[in-house]
Design a binder for this molecule. Structure first.
Ligand code: OVM
Length: 407
């Protein structure tokens, strides 16, 4: 990754705005155009370089020394602009400061630590699916009734949140994920709620606000053990509350949408329910609930022949990398028989989603309950998107589910 001017070329340019409504709604055409334009494309509107191919996105994700996170992973450069909130100790930090918080959270969210949650999450999933199947003549909104309802039933309890104000979680996450993009109308629309929502979230991060047996309490216990400072603990809890709700809601929605539009794949899941986990990862590859993150160049970096200047922002199009035909066969196909590992929907490298095992457990328990009870799931109307600068998010998934005769 050294600078060698004789091999560097001016990159192709594009005046497209990846954060414009048309591209947020249907990102694939722009992604294809950017991948085909070259390995690096200069986006003139924001004066940033964009990576749309798998190879370069992957290379940037694993090279934290040249592609730093500490200047923010949105468009705003924290060296020049005041962040909207104190930066995340995990997401918006580089080694060595990043490492202690990461280690603590990794332990707390590791598969063995989640084991005790499985049985109760299974029971909640079964109850929830039974309720939607009996209550509404088998027609319901799978976005609100399943993809939103399930995480909100299990995750806040697992963190140890109190009962009040949980309806602030999704709006806060929506705001946080919008904040990685430009200050467009999506950011402006929520500007009046920043203070109120932030105050609520920050209050829930206090030790006194958390139950004694959740993820939150374990983060505070790590401070008792000297693995974190007491100043760091509430910010690590804040990461759970910021990154742990909207992501799983829209990831589950993506999975349900995938199955509602691919009946043969639902049939396959029903025959082989052990595919539930790989189905979720394939849906994360196919839809990429987190579409983008930025990095900042720590030096003049030569990326496939283009010099990216030190201190400038680089847009990584995760959703595009996850559908790059040079990496994936028939990339636009949702296919349970492929191996989706290596997708960058959870990122890659030292910042790769620390909560991915929680997300997979939510998906596995919900999909398993559904596959045991439902023969067929189909859209009954238009699946509607909710626009967010970072999340490929949903507003509505009207479906009909045909209860299976064998349950
Ligand atoms: C955080 C965080 C981590 C990942 C994603 C994210 C809003 C936030 O540590 O706060 O999105």
């Amino acid at each position: 990754m050294t600078t060698s001017p004789e091999t560097s070329v001016a990159p192709p340019t594009s005046d497209a705005d990846p954060f414009a409504a048309e591209h947020l709604e249907h990102p694939e055409p722009l992604h294809r155009a950017l991948r085909e334009a070259g390995p690096v494309v200069h986006l003139t509107r924001y004066d940033v370089h964009a990576l749309a191919r798998y190879r370069e996105v992957h290379a940037a994700l694993v090279d934290w020394q040249h592609f730093q996170s500490g200047a923010g992973v949105g468009l705003a450069n924290f060296h020049h602009e005041q962040p909207w909130r104190p930066p995340s100790l995990l997401l918006e930090a580089d080694p060595p400061r990043h490492d202690a918080p990461r280690r603590v959270l990794r332990e707390i969210l590791a598969p063995p630590a989640l084991h005790r949650l499985r049985t109760s999450w299974q029971a909640v999933a079964e109850e929830l699916v039974d309720t939607v199947l009996t209550g509404r003549g088998e027609e319901f909104d799978a976005f609100t009734e399943l993809a939103t309802a399930f995480p909100l039933r299990v995750f806040p309890d697992a963190v140890g949140l109190g009962p009040d104000g949980r309806d602030n979680l999704l709006p806060y996450g929506n705001m946080a994920f919008n904040a990685f993009g430009p200050r467009n109308h999506l950011v402006e629309a929520d500007a009046h709620r920043v203070a109120e929502l932030s105050a609520w979230v920050n209050a829930q991060c206090r030790r006194e606000a958390l139950s004694e047996d959740g993820f939150g309490a374990r983060i505070w216990a790590a401070a008792d053990h000297g693995d974190l400072t007491y100043e760091q603990a509430p910010l690590v809890v804040r990461s759970l509350l910021t990154a742990g709700v909207d992501t799983t809601v829209h990831g589950l929605a993506a999975t349900l949408y995938a199955f509602a539009t691919h009946p043969d794949q639902w049939e396959l899941l029903r025959e082989r329910p052990e595919l539930a986990r790989v189905a979720f990862d394939e849906a994360v590859r196919w839809q990429s609930p987190v579409q983008t993150f930025f990095r900042t160049a720590t030096a003049d970096i030569n990326v496939s022949g283009t010099i990216i200047p030190e201190g400038t922002k680089i847009l990584m199009l995760l959703g595009s990398a996850n559908r790059d035909p040079d990496r994936w066969d028939d990339p636009d196909r949702f296919d349970l028989t492929r191996d989706p590992s290596g997708h960058v929907g959870f990122g890659m490298g030292i910042h790769q989603c620390v909560g991915q095992h929680v997300a997979r457990l939510e998906a596995e328990t919900l999909l398993t309950a559904l596959a045991q009870r439902v023969d067929r799931i189909e859209l009954t109307g238009t699946a509607r998107r909710h626009l967010n600068n970072t999340l490929r998010s949903w507003a509505s998934l009207p479906v009909r589910a045909h209860p299976s005769s064998r349950s």
